[in-house]
Design a protein around this ligand. Structure first.
Ligand code: ATP
Ligand code: MG
Ligand code: FE
Length: 350
């Protein structure tokens, strides 16, 4: 029977209903961008209140769009970590309430696992993706290379030593005078820029392993901005575009280098799966596609709406866990306390 998924770990409020075979029956996302934009980042308290105000209604609407009542469900899956605790409590509590009221299994979903398993949604990728595959999670809050060896079987191969890549986009965009969230705006600005005019360091390139580091790159952007800006603090449009292009090229080079090392650490992988908002970036996608091809694998890039935070992936992770009997006994699932930190290698597996 269908599963209701709820997502509220960061700044997207989302609900989705999936059939057991993965068919999407309803899919709703409310972004809180406008509420956070004037603060230049996600404000946890505002996020939690917005989830509280919108998630219950969104869940009802998703059910109505799917043409189902709660009693028709086979389970409820809610993101229960990692993320901002206020939002996690809202989503998990709502999910548990629905499950309790209708005698349904509840699945406490790990947000990172949901990103990791999205590519397995039937119909998304022709021929499907087989285990093991390499996951590159590239978002505002996460930056990791993960070996995905089965449902619940993950090995983190590398992570960021400082900023996440999306965070680096946002901070550099801010230095270039772009509004938050800066990733998409920076990509647009970079289109008219010359990536060769400024030399920016591609961090970690040539080093062993697949850890990331982006704070030095951001500092380099800041130094160029300080040098190029006029007395009123503004820069010529062409200079801004050239800096944006140089930054984006450095990031793509760094990600490609790290991904190549990660792929070498998982030689059996035939797929490189990207997730997270930065996977929307064209230069990043092109660089990673080339790495995958050189490594005898293919780049699997789900549509952007399923790369960023959404509830389809949460419902799907719930379906995968329920099918394998990995959702845990009902009392344990209902007693699961949302976790702000919940590393992937702490997941249960068959
Ligand atoms: P979490 O990390 O918890 O999943 P998040 O909200 O930070 O949450 P996403 O919503 O997946 O993550 O991604 C948002 C990030 O992706 C932001 O940092 C944003 O700037 C970046 N981003 C979005 N589009 C692009 C793009 N076209 N190019 C570069 N970065 C982008
Ligand atoms: Mg987000
Ligand atoms: Fe996410």
């Amino acid at each position: 029977r269908p599963v209701l998924g709820l997502e509220s770990s960061c700044d997207e409020t989302a609900a989705a209903v999936l059939a057991p075979d993965g068919a999407i029956l309803a899919e709703l996302v409310l972004s809180q961008l406008d509420e956070h934009a004037r603060f230049g980042g996600v404000v946890p308290e505002i996020a939690a209140r917005a989830h509280l105000a919108h998630l219950p209604g969104l869940a009802r609407r998703a059910m109505a769009e799917a043409g189902l009542g709660f009693a028709d469900l086979g389970g409820v899956a809610a993101t229960s970590g990692p993320g901002l605790i206020g939002g996690l409590i809202v989503g998990a509590s709502l999910g548990k309430g629905i499950a309790l009221a209708h005698g349904l299994p509840f699945v406490a979903v790990n947000h990172l696992e949901a990103h990791a398993l999205t590519a397995r949604l039937p119909g998304l990728v022709e021929g499907g993706v087989e285990f093991p595959y390499l996951l590159l999670l590239l978002s505002g809050g996460h930056c990791q290379c993960v070996a995905v060896e089965g449902v619940g079987r993950y090995r983190r191969l590398g992570t960021t030593l400082d900023d996440a890549v999306g965070e680096a986009f946002d901070k550099s965009a801010k230095l270039l005078g772009l509004p938050w969230p800066g990733g998409p705006a920076l990509e647009r600005l970079a289109e008219s820029g010359d990536p060769a005019r400024f030399r920016l360091p591609a961090p970690m390139v040539g080093r062993p392993g697949c850890d990331f580091s982006f704070s030095g790159l951001k500092t380099a952007v800041a130094q160029h901005v300080a040098r190029e800006a006029g007395e009123d603090g503004t820069m010529a449009e062409r200079t801004r575009a050239d800096l944006a292009a140089a930054f984006q090229a450095a990031v793509a080079t760094a990600l490609a280098d790290r991904a190549a090392n990660a792929l070498a650490m998982l030689p059996a992988a035939r797929g490189v799966v990207v997730a997270g908002g930065v996977a929307a970036n064209g230069a990043v996608r092109r660089a990673l596609a080339a790495v995958a091809e050189r490594g005898g694998a293919r780049l699997v890039a789900p549509p952007v709406r399923l790369c960023t935070d959404n509830a389809v992936m949460v419902a799907w992770a719930g379906i995968e866990r329920l099918r394998l009997g990995l959702a845990g006994p009902p009392d344990e699932a209902l007693g699961h306390a949302p976790r702000p930190r919940w590393p992937l290698d702490e997941m249960t597996a068959a």
